[in-house]
Design a protein around this ligand. Structure first.
Ligand code: ZN
Length: 118
């Protein structure tokens, strides 16, 4: 299912003014491709679904990390208990979540531009 909504970026104008290095520039709206409205799918707007996907993503990564450690560590002469492996996987999962969060913040800030609506 999908529905149409007035474009949130250009407010239905199809174009926007962006400020690049202190100068105004008229740009075609890239969000709605100058149509003034955008088609959204229900899935895109469903935060609950996104959360569910994140939980599945992180959860499966965690279980995989525990399983891989139990298989791989003995090859290196390490014999952690299941509880040890779960603790180690938890630390790695936490660090990897932090890492993706830091990168997301970094790129969001880099791409930030000032936008005026007409
Ligand atoms: Zn637009």
């Amino acid at each position: 299912m999908s529905y149409k909504e007035i474009c949130s970026l250009c407010k239905g104008n199809g174009y926007i003014t962006v400020v690049v290095k202190g100068q105004d520039e008229i740009k075609q709206c890239w969000l709605c491709e100058s149509k003034g409205e955008k088609e959204y799918s229900m899935k895109e707007n469903n935060l609950k679904n996104n959360l569910f996907e994140s939980v599945i993503d992180v959860g499966s990564g965690y279980l995989l990390a525990v399983a891989i450690q139990l298989l791989i560590f003995p090859l290196f002469g390490l014999y952690p208990t299941i509880l040890d492996s779960m603790g180690i996987a938890l630390i790695f999962t936490g660090i990897s979540m932090m890492r993706s969060w830091v990168w997301r913040c970094y790129f969001r800030r880099k791409h930030e531009i000032r936008i005026y609506n007409h």
